[in-house]
Design a binder for this molecule. Structure first.
Ligand SMILES: NC(=O)c1ccc[n+]([C@@H]2O[C@H](COP(=O)([O-])OP(=O)(O)OC[C@H]3O[C@@H](n4cnc5c(N)ncnc54)[C@H](OP(=O)(O)O)[C@@H]3O)[C@@H](O)[C@H]2O)c1
Length: 234
């Protein structure tokens, strides 16, 4: 797909990986709408970017947003959806475990209602995460959710052809998702990435490059693209 002058919606486009994707799509000449619950997170956007507030868990609001913004060519969701549970499953708070699936419900809502407005040559990209296929102790919630996202994409790709859908799976990425600052932030990322083939946190722009590839390459569908510094092999 030639991204120039295409119409793109990016959920979770106000921070981190989603915001980096918005900027790259904008630089490539797309007309982009960046969506999050709080659009005041973003202070400046290029002329070809519009900000809209919407919660991916609110189905009625999503349907209205797609009707307002459609037809579209590119649909990306990096919206985390809500909180995630961390810790061993044997001690898991089951409410918190179930709440972690807000990410999956947000993604599936966006695909369900977005498909109606997506052109036949259109492309969808969702963001999973390395724990889907490399789960350390304590990561079972995000692992289960990520695995479900990747299975959803593999399955639904067959149903929606010729429209395309792919997952991009990041490793540990330096985004506002982690609230630490300064030396504590550096130490956090150094500790968690020390054994990786590329021993540093990834950049939101590096993941956005994977998302752009999945949009541009018309021969790629139903798969997962890893942008993880070799974490799966570490
Ligand atoms: N950072 C990492 O290390 C990492 C690793 C693997 C996978 N991932 C995945 O990559 C994706 C993006 O992560 P990130 O690090 O870029 O996160 P981030 O910087 O925290 O950005 C999350 C974005 O999602 C939006 N969002 C969250 N809940 C939403 C909702 N209910 N409705 C609409 N928008 C919502 C946020 O805006 P509002 O809060 O204002 O709504 C924000 O724009 C997530 O799916 C995450 O699980 C991240």
């Amino acid at each position: 797909m030639d991204i120039k002058q295409k119409k793109a919606l990016v959920f979770g486009g106000t921070s981190g990986i989603g915001l980096a994707t918005v900027k790259q799509l904008s630089e490539l000449g797309a007309e982009v709408t960046a969506i999050g619950r709080d659009i005041n997170k973003v202070t400046h956007v290029p002329d070809n970017v519009t900000l809209k507030a919407c919660d991916v868990l609110d189905k009625e609001a999503l349907e209205a947003l797609f009707l307002e913004c459609g037809p579209i060519d590119i649909l990306v969701s990096a919206a985390t959806g809500g909180s995630r549970a961390i810790g061993p499953f044997a001690e898991m708070d089951m409410e918190a475990y179930q709440a972690s699936f807000a990410k999956l419900w947000g993604y599936t809502h966006v695909v369900r209602y977005g498909l109606e407005q997506l052109s036949d040559s259109g492309a969808i990209v969702l963001v999973s995460g390395t724990p889907a296929r490399y789960c350390n102790p304590g990561q079972i919630a995000i692992s289960s959710v990520g695995g479900a996202v990747e299975a959803f994409v593999r399955g639904v790709a067959k149903e929606i052809k010729p429209k395309r859908i792919n997952t991009v799976s990041p490793g540990l990425i330096d985004t506002p998702m982690v609230a630490l600052e300064g030396e504590a932030r550096d130490a956090h990322y150094q500790k968690l990435t020390a054994k990786n083939l590329i021993p540093r946190a990834g950049l939101p722009d590096e993941v956005a490059q994977g998302i752009i590839f999945a949009i541009q390459n018309d021969f790629v569908t139903g798969t997962t693209i890893d942008v993880d510094g070799g974490l799966l092999l570490s």
